[in-house]
Write a protein that binds this ligand. Structure first.
Ligand code: GLU
Ligand code: MG
Length: 467
């Protein structure tokens, strides 16, 4: 469970004592350094690191880092908003001790996600992790609703000796193929061992569809912890795979053609410990609250794309009939609809029923994406929105009249369009607050300018190894 209180200069009550004890324990376990991790607006994981002995100091006073990274692009150039992008200023990174883990794939290292606060002790308005925590807290206080979430992770494994930026798949067997599983046997076994040692409960791991592609699904947690986990799992996949001499890409589109890497988000709303997605009187056992929540997400999907599929490479993945969910549609276990209503199997529905959001990839900042998804769902909840007719099969096959009757539209086919939708979506912008919302818009526009004139293959290559 994520601690909800903000960090304060000097440390929250008990944090410094806890960090002191923890650093002694970690040193005894051969941990020399601690990676302090966050994700920037462009979806790039950024880090600082401290020697283990500095943990108590970091818990009290944080570790300095420039706020300029809020407007970094994936290629490390910098854009600006009215308040961000300047070389001035400093932020303090505060490790979340509840989420600190010893990295099994990187001997000698531990890892912790951070919140960022100002030197005056205020939450930094562009800290996506803090924004998500606020939204989760408000949902509990105002609506009595809590959430569980999980981010699915797809990645492509490439040969470490491929020339200059090229991707050469490290395995050659078919999708879901036994051959491919054997080819990467040692590496995936090491990955499972590392994740188990780090306390990550894995549901399943398998070879996926695209060249060299694999997928892992992990257990659901509260939204902040789920976002942390998605960052940690990627760090672990990268580290373990590298020890086998291979490279990984989490990019939405490793190549311009074919199936990409998704980062589908599973989300469920709960009240008083009861899952709202089952046991109700609406379709497939949804309660009215769960239906309204899903309807809210569906209604805001066009604007959500600016935070769930935020890279110029994202649009290369978002093609019909590739299970990326590119239509505003929902359906039970429909893998082509943007929203897949998952009832779970009879017998486990109280735990398993949830909503899967498909047009999400791993260029997304998971904190920001979850914050906006929850805000969108709550908007539906408050307005008691209803879902339209269900879509079964591939929405690409609906004729115009059928699509109109169900409100099925193609989601934005360009990042430019998604940014315009986001700009026009006051609810989403308000959820992030003006500083972060402006950063999202500025960074997306910066990314678009960075790829101006490139063809699709060049765009895929530009982001292939960024994520
Ligand atoms: N690779 C697909 C995507 O781009 C997802 C496949 C699946 O449903 O697991 O989202
Ligand atoms: Mg998959």
């Amino acid at each position: 469970m994520t601690t909800l209180a903000d960090h304060v200069p000097g440390g929250r009550p008990g944090d410094v004592e806890r960090a002191t004890a923890l650093s002694g324990e970690l040193s005894g376990r051969g941990v020399h350094g601690i990676v302090l991790a966050y994700v920037d607006t462009a979806g790039i994981g950024r880090v600082k690191a401290i020697p283990t002995a500095r943990l108590a100091s970091a818990a009290a006073w944080g570790v300095g880092m420039s706020p300029v990274f809020d407007t970094f692009l994936a290629n490390d150039t910098i854009v600006a908003t009215d308040v961000l992008g300047s070389p001035d200023g400093d932020l303090r990174l505060y490790p979340d001790l509840d989420q600190l883990v010893v990295l099994a794939g990187q001997p000698g290292w531990a890892w912790a996600p951070v919140d960022r606060i100002t030197q005056e002790g205020e939450p930094h308005p562009a800290c996506g992790r803090t924004v998500l925590r606020r939204i989760v807290t408000e949902a509990a206080e105002r609506h009595g609703v809590t959430f569980k979430a999980a981010v699915e992770i797809e990645w492509a494994v490439g040969r470490g000796d491929a020339p200059d930026g090229a991707f050469v798949p490290a395995v050659s067997g078919p999708a879901y193929g036994a051959t491919r599983q054997v080819e990467l046997s040692d590496c995936v076994a090491d990955l499972l061992a590392a994740l188990a040692a780090q306390g990550v409960d894995v549901d399943q791991v398998h070879p996926e569809y695209a060249a060299g592609q694999f997928e892992i699904s992990v257990g659901a947690l509260d939204p902040v912890a789920a976002a942390d986990r998605s960052v940690l799992v990627r760090q672990t996949i990268r580290a373990v795979t590298r020890r086998h001499g291979l490279k990984v890409s989490f990019a939405p589109a490793v190549f311009a053609r074919g199936v990409g890497n998704g980062g589908h988000i599973h989300l469920s709303a709960w009240r008083d410990g009861v899952n709202l997605h089952t046991g109700g009187d609406r379709r497939y056992g949804m309660t009215s609250a769960a239906e309204s929540f899903a309807a809210g997400v569906l209604a805001h999907l066009p604007g959500l794309m600016a935070v769930t599929a935020p890279s110029p490479a994202s649009c290369l993945r978002l093609k019909p009939s590739q299970w990326a969910g590119v239509f505003t549609a929902w359906g039970r276990e429909t893998r082509e609809a943007a929203l897949r209503v998952i009832t779970g199997t009879a017998g486990v529905r109280e735990h398993a029923a949830n909503l899967e959001v498909k047009p999400v990839d791993l260029a997304a900042n998971p904190y920001v994406a979850l914050a906006c998804l929850i805000a969108a769902g709550l908007d539906g909840l408050v307005s008691e929105a209803s879902l339209p007719e269900e879509t079964t099969g591939d929405p690409a096959r609906l004729d115009a009249a059928q699509a109109a009757a169900r409100g099925v539209h193609r989601l934005p086919t360009s990042l430019e369009r998604a940014v315009e939708e986001f700009r026009g979506d006051e609810r989403l912008r308000a959820a992030l607050g003006p500083v972060l919302a402006d950063a999202v818009i500025a960074v997306r526009r910066g990314e678009l300018a960075a790829v101006a004139g490139m063809d699709d293959e060049q765009v895929a290559a530009a982001y292939r190894w960024a994520y």
